[in-house]
Design a protein around this ligand. Structure first.
Ligand code: GLA
Ligand code: ZN
Length: 658
């Protein structure tokens, strides 16, 4: 039986053992079910090469267990110790200017260093032997927030080997990258550099693939040591940073049992449409529920203004995470260490060892999680709408934005927001996934196109799907070269249009039709109808640069079974909402209605019972119209059909009553 877990990162190695019992007692009173340990404790676990000290960790795990708290162990590889880098200086990464990075922050390792792999194997193997079968260690987190890109000579050599594997011959590589351009033709693999700044787009994309491969290999080094020691019920994860862009998260997640991520607001307050997308993204890494491995207890220490979250804001955020598929929430971190770089970060217990005001809110969340665990655990999100995310497309656009304000993730969010604002449950998934089960699929800026994608779209449309294609679609191949066709390439027939030209816009221009009169920014594509019988123009550009005046901007094309929308520009948010509303109607999706700051999300239990999470993300009272009588499992109240008033930051978990 699964569980809805609640806890924090705890670093017992920062504190004398005499204090541990008191901390654990406070954790228990905060209704913790889990603690995360050891992720940066390399120098404590292996103070000198091959000398291990694990008794303290075992003691901490046992003490937690006595209080009913299970453990997630982190492998400590994000914090390589001083003795290691002193003895093997090549384990330190090199930045793009050729400088060795300094020891003493984190992730200072070269991900491809064989010495570092050796050291990693040793510590992970030792941890696995000691704790792999420990009944109270339920899961493992590898490393912490993979992020560094290394430019050392070793990485360069490996990159060249990787390219040889990928391309086979230099002729093939030269052709794919059009290297005759600017005399880039390579006659020896050793001539190929790691790109620094702008470079050949094919080379740049290949390097991202190499970084992905490097982390995947590094992770495999750890998995190979760990897995043989783990019973089947014990899982392995990594804590990702949502939209972090240096590698393909789908690739890296492939070898993990579950995905997890670290959620921070930084300055300001929670924007539930933004973080909803982040949760849904992480849920899509493995297409299943995830763990929120870290989140901020009140405030961070690294942002511009490290303001605290409002009272009860974190509780709304906690339930929002669960509503989007989190099966656990852990704060970072339990107690403020007296030294180290993060002295001012939010914690539950302060430097004196006393609970901070925030502790009380954590206690409340913990109590609610514990009480509702049986109801919520095991339930999943069953979205009928999906947004496709493609790292290759994102990178391709990031390398050559053509309009410096054109941001792939922002554009994806531009589609997510109006859908989420209408309380549509959304999966954000890899553009290479199967599309079974969806009614609506949106493919924002899917610039990289291949046959597999076209075939999946065709199958999806045949089943009656609604497909939304957008600007910057179907222009590039897998090597980041232009396809020798007009956009959207092999999708043109389905779309009923082709792109005659694309325009980077200096200023917003008018765009509109029957549905709305609005404005288009950043990018506009001039669509040409291919003469199919039922293709309909939904919006045209107004007067602007002459080339676009009165030309089609948005088109819908009925195809066998379904509909294909082509949206050739970046609409203002109001028009985008209107368009999305219309697409929802056509997709036969009828989401729950609520005022803007109120979010309604649904998880479905195995027996089919729908759990509706209703969250007021504002500091004002809000009213929603309940379409049926319901019971609120958080507040323990029954509500009649009709108006339901939600107090500031209120959270309800409703099931329908007959
Ligand atoms: C990251 C790290 C944590 C901690 C937090 C602070 O997410 O994973 O160890 O440093 O930031 O916000
Ligand atoms: Zn390196």
């Amino acid at each position: 039986m699964g569980k809805l877990h609640f806890g924090a990162a705890w670093y017992p190695e920062h504190w004398p053992q005499e204090r541990w019992a008191e901390d654990i007692c406070l954790m228990k009173e905060a209704n913790f079910s889990v603690a995360r340990l050891a992720e940066f404790a390399w120098s404590t676990m292996e103070p000198a090469e091959g000398e291990f000290r694990f008794d303290w960790l075992e003691q901490a795990i046992e003490m937690l267990a006595e209080a009913g708290i299970v453990t997630v162990l982190g492998t400590p590889t994000a914090a390589p110790p001083a003795w290691l880098v002193q003895k093997y200086p090549d384990t330190l990464a090199v930045d793009e200017y050729g400088r060795r990075v300094q020891f003493g922050n984190r992730c200072h390792y070269c991900v491809n260093s064989s010495e570092f792999h050796r050291a990693t194997r040793r510590i992970v193997c030792a941890m696995a032997e000691r704790f792999g079968k420990h009944p109270k260690v339920i899961g493992w987190q590898l490393d912490n927030e993979y992020n560094r890109v290394c430019y050392c000579s070793h990485c360069l050599a490996q990159f060249q080997v990787f390219l040889r594997e990928q391309y086979g011959t230099l002729d093939e590589l030269n052709a794919r990258w059009s290297t005759a351009y600017w005399s880039q033709t390579y006659s020896d693999w050793a001539q190929i550099p790691i790109p620094i700044g702008g470079h050949n787009p094919g080379l740049m994309l290949a390097f991202r693939h190499f970084v992905t491969r490097s982390y995947r290999d590094f992770q495999k080094v750890q998995l190979d040591e760990l897995r043989p020691h783990l019973p089947p019920s014990v899982w392995v994860t990594h804590n990702f940073m949502d939209w972090f862009g240096a590698f393909d998260h789908y690739e890296i997640s492939r070898d993990l049992d579950l995905a997890s991520w670290d959620w921070y607001i930084g300055t300001g307050h929670h924007d539930h449409l933004k973080t909803g997308a982040a949760h849904d993204l992480v849920r899509g890494y493995k297409r299943k529920n995830f763990w929120l491995m870290e989140t901020q207890p009140g405030n961070v220490n690294w942002s511009k203004t490290n303001n605290v979250l409002n009272k009860l804001e974190a509780r709304a955020m906690a339930w929002h995470a669960v509503a989007h598929g989190a099966d656990a929430l852990l704060y970072w971190q339990w107690r403020s260490a007296l030294g180290g770089q993060e002295q001012y970060h939010g914690t539950l217990v302060d430097q004196s060892g006393s609970p901070r005001p925030f502790y009380e809110e954590a206690q409340l969340i913990g109590a609610e999680f514990a009480r509702l665990s049986d109801l919520v655990a095991g339930s999943t999100i069953q979205s009928k709408a999906a947004i496709l995310n493609c790292y290759d497309s994102r990178w391709s656009i990031e390398f050559q934005r053509h309009n410096s304000d054109f941001d792939y993730v922002a554009y994806l969010e531009h589609w997510y927001r109006p859908l989420a604002a209408r309380n549509v449950d959304i999966d954000i998934i890899s553009a290479d996934e199967l599309l079974d089960g969806y009614k609506l699929v949106i493919a924002p800026a899917m610039i990289v196109l291949d046959e597999g994608r076209v075939e999946r779209f065709k199958a999806f449309l045949k089943r009656g799907g609604r497909l939304v294609l957008t600007l910057r679609t179907g222009m590039k191949d897998r090597h980041n070269a232009l396809l020798p066709f007009r956009q959207p390439g092999a999708l043109a027939e389905l779309a009923g249009v082709e792109v005659e030209d694309y325009y980077s816009l200096e200023n917003p221009i008018p765009v509109g039709g029957k549905l709305f009169q609005g404005s288009a920014s950043l990018w506009a594509e001039r669509l040409r109808l291919l003469g199919q019988r039922f293709t309909t123009v939904m919006a045209r550009y107004g007067a602007s640069n002459g080339w676009l005046d009165d030309q089609p901007a948005i088109v819908v094309n009925p195809v066998e079974g379904g509909f294909v929308y082509t949206v050739g520009t970046w609409l203002d948010s109001q028009s985008q909402q209107t368009l999305v509303n219309q697409i929802l109607v056509n997709s036969l999706l009828k989401p729950f209605e609520s005022p803007a700051p109120v979010e309604v999300r649904t998880r479905v239990r195995e027996n089919g019972t729908a759990l509706h999470f209703v969250i007021n993300h504002s500091r004002e009272h809000q009213v929603i119209a309940l379409p049926w009588p319901a019971i609120d499992h958080i507040g323990g109240q029954k509500f009649a059909q009709g108006n339901l008033t939600l107090y500031p930051y209120a959270v309800a978990l409703l099931t329908k009553q007959n």
